[in-house]
Design a protein around this ligand. Sequence first.
Ligand code: AMP
Length: 410
Amino acid sequence: MSASPTTTFDDNNTDTSTLTNPTLVLNCGSSSIKYALISDDNATRITGLAENLGLDTARIKHTTLNGEKLEISIPGGRHKLALQKILELLEQYHFIAVGHRVVHGGREYSEAVRVDEHVLDEVKRLKVLAPLHNPANALGIEAVQAIYPDMPQVVVFDTAFHQTMPPVAFRYPLPKALYEEHKIRRYGFHGTSHAYVSERATEITDASGTHGWLTAHLGNGCSATAVYDGKSLDTSMGLTPLEGLMMGTRSGDVDPSLHIHLKRQLDMSLEDIDTMLNKESGLLGISGLSNDLRTIEQAASEGHKDAELAIEMFCYRVGKYLASLSCALPELTGIVFTGGIGENSVTTRTRILEVMRHFGIKVDVDKNAKLVGGNEGSFHSSDSSLELWVIPTDEEGRIAQETREALNLV
Ligand code: AMP
């Protein structure tokens, strides 16, 4: 496939938008592939999702440039087949590069890098740190290589943004050899999202000087980061994405002795405990209903006690973490909320800030109420000690931008 300076087309005679020098962004998960074809000004996009891979219900949901929705069934189809179909759907738009979201870059990578044989080997080798994700990411790279051997590809690591954390934040208080010989340390995740929203907050705030932000990415996965002068200084996720905040199905922090206790008392295997902590805990575990906050909020409004406790615990744990992460920052400008919950749940934002009641934060209730459904804006009142922002995250846009930068296309 060759580069095309400008691809203008009339999609079903209803759209005349342009996709100029588009970059394809791929996010290959263990059973799904999210993709976005993004123009070089990040303004125009085609998006889609392949889901239920490996199952009879495997399918691709594709949204065309003019918003038309297509669904393509690929029963039993796995990553390779799904990627072939996705590339077929997008071929006509002449993309010039592919950027992959890769979950774990270990301590080797602090920025996006162009794929070569060594980088691909590293992505595969780092499966020891991300067994569910890195192999799927490697499959994505290889599938593109097989069809377009000359296509420039870049990997953007979820861990890279956190490589600026100092040892005081990234080391665990464990025997030194575990770090030196086995890379046991805190890495942090959701780096692309924390990088994007903190940079955007710095761009749109009126505050002068160097900015310190607490960024709260609250979605099905949740993490919080302390960012100062554009650098991550500490974050809530650790060696794996299980550490830190309570999430949709993940527990976040628990007593590290829980494993041995459950082994001794209930004879649970390590694998069963791991599954329980990753897939059956968090909002789902406490509410007993769902990992989806909308369902839980609805049940709580109808008097469901466990749903109410799930929300209260979630907010308490986020507020407590944000307060503790503030210790990493020389100065604190404000708090940025993002992710499905952070961008949409007005009451969750309010309750988290109530937990931080000693910080002198003042919420503008009307502004807060309007920040839903992808709106960006601030919601602190003029006498608040800290700024408060909702900034919808744009991981795909950021990956496309880093891909272009890594290839010197900007
Ligand atoms: P994400 O992983 O970023 O897509 O976020 C998923 C989470 O956002 C789920 O817990 C959803 O329930 C939550 N969410 C999305 N929209 C809303 C909403 N309008 N109100 C409350 N929670 C929402």
